[in-house]
Ligand binder design. Structure first.
Ligand SMILES: Cc1cc2nc3c(=O)[nH]c(=O)nc-3n(C[C@H](O)[C@H](O)[C@H](O)COP(=O)(O)O)c2cc1C
Length: 355
């Protein structure tokens, strides 16, 4: 009962804390013979890396990945793949107030209530430093599913959403927000700057789409592709909501509006809509798999908030240190990684049962 592992056939276990010497991941069940080098992983870590713009935490971590095992002569051997990333820019003294008082919304109180002892430095294991390990594992997962293309983006920050009519996938890499609407990205600069200067923070909605997923991945009933993706997304720090396809919006539609009508196609059916987000009966339909994820605003803020000390005394906390003013921004590569990890696992599970 340690809950640091995820996946069934393509199974990974992350380890490490924010202020330990290093963190990493062990992947078990990766098929043999796949070409793998650090160069396949590093670009994804670079996307998640802190300190790349003023809109993310100013912690400076190069996040250089090292492959420690499971690869011989440039190819996976089928044995556990161990990946390690060193922590080089810790400032433990920035977190002295977190030792003396619980940050409302963060994991401080709940960890103490459960374990009775916690590494408060940078949030310890509850820090999203851990998500670097997931992103590294996700890069390996992508190599197991070369037929799939995964794209994530930010859909809204602080309640200010993109205009879907201006969606341009080529814009996502052109601004520090992973935003597909250039006008929204300009507005978000002022919005995030304003929140940071006010000692506050903002929530965000992240969307992720996987195209090229063939029909047939997933399973009824207790391992529906929907529930696997929801569990994967919900396991990400600060995620408080997940929608597959139209999600809650589907509850507002009539049956005929919500139907993904079908016509005969060249290879399988032509679908006239994708309200279901590419999944029916827990199994992929061959349409793009669509996921939306709600990130709450960062809990560590400079604005003082009422709280208590570990001894139960009333106090206030203003969290200093270096924090993301909007965690959803760097959440994009993490959501993409979890999508890849689930789909790689599902591909191997499908092959195991159906050949
Ligand atoms: C990429 C990323 C970066 C984050 N950075 C911060 C941060 O700088 N400060 C903070 O308080 N929380 C940050 N978080 C969120 C916390 O890790 C999270 O709120 C905390 O672990 C409590 O878990 P919960 O919000 O899932 O309940 C970040 C989350 C993600 C995904």
């Amino acid at each position: 009962m340690s809950w640091n592992s995820f996946g069934r056939v393509f199974r990974f276990t992350t380890w490490g804390e924010s202020h330990g010497p290093a963190l990493g991941v062990v992947i078990d069940g990766c098929p043999p013979g796949i070409a793998l080098s650090e160069g396949d992983i590093q670009p994804f870590l670079d996307k998640r890396r802190p300190g790349t713009s003023r809109f993310t935490t100013q912690r400076r971590e190069p996040d250089q990945v090292r492959i420690l095992s499971g690869v011989f002569e440039g190819r996976t051997t089928g044995t556990p793949i161990s990946l390690m990333i060193e922590n080089v820019d810790q400032r433990s003294k920035d977190y002295s107030e977190v030792a003396k008082a619980y940050r409302p919304g963060h994991a401080d109180y709940a960890y103490d209530a459960k374990y009775g002892f916690r590494d408060h430095r940078g949030g310890g294991r509850s820090s999203a430093r851990e998500t670097a390990a997931r992103v590294a594992a996700g890069a390996v997962a992508r190599l197991v599913i070369p037929e799939v293309t995964i794209t994530g983006w930010v859909e809204a920050i602080g309640g200010d959403a993109i205009d879907p009519a201006r969606f341009d996938a080529n814009e996502i890499a052109n601004n520090p927000f992973f935003g597909p609407d250039p006008q929204a990205a300009i507005r978000w600069e002022a919005l995030v700057d304003g929140a940071r200067k006010a000692g506050s923070s903002l929530g965000a909605v992240v969307a992720c789409e996987a195209s090229g997923v063939p029909a047939g991945w997933g399973a009824p009933l207790y391992a529906k592709l929907d529930s696997e993706l929801a569990a994967a997304a919900m396991s990400i720090n600060a995620v408080k909501g997940v929608e597959i396809g139209d999600g809650f919006g589907a509850a507002m539609l009539s049956g005929e509006q919500n139907a993904d009508a079908m016509r005969p196609g060249v290879e399988g059916p032509d679908f006239l809509a994708n309200h279901a987000g590419g999944i029916a009966g827990g199994i992929s339909t061959g349409q793009p798999v669509r996921l939306r994820v709600a990130f709450k605003p960062t809990s560590s803020i400079l604005t003082p908030v009422k709280t208590i000390t570990p001894e139960g005394e009333a106090t206030e906390i203003a969290t200093k240190g270096r924090h993301d003013p909007c965690v959803g921004i760097r959440g994009v590569p993490v959501v993409e990684a979890m999508m890849a990890l689930v789909l790689a696992d599902q591909k191997l599970l499908h092959r195991a049962q159906c050949g």
